[in-house]
Design a protein. Structure first.
Length: 105
């Protein structure tokens, strides 16, 4: 899976057939991806390939993407928080069961 390393952008004007200019942004995503191989001695080798992906978007489309990214980040934070609470509950249950066993002894 590719991992985001960084971003860059270029502002530009895109012209239609009538010569009318519209603002646009070239978005550059720099990513890295692990690549595994096996050498002659049978050892697994890992290297990270770096690549970039470029897309052009009008400002409104970029705003929509930004809104989606914020929403997804919030969802991820909520899932992590819920997972932490589940771990805490499981730990409490385990501690309570351990205490019960000690009381029974």
């Amino acid at each position: 899976m590719k991992t985001l390393m960084g971003t860059a952008r270029n502002h530009m004007v895109m012209y239609d057939d009538d010569g009318k200019g519209e603002p646009a942004i070239e978005i550059i995503l720099m990513v890295t991806e692990p690549v595994y191989s096996v050498d002659a001695a049978g050892r697994v080798l890992k290297r990270n390939d770096v690549d970039s992906m470029r897309v052009v978007a009008q400002p409104e489309a970029l705003r929509q993407v930004a809104d989606s990214l914020r929403e997804w980040a919030d969802e991820s934070d909520a899932l992590a928080e819920a997972g932490s609470k589940q771990e805490e509950l499981a730990q409490r249950r385990g501690d309570a069961e351990e205490e019960e066993l000690r009381d029974e002894s």
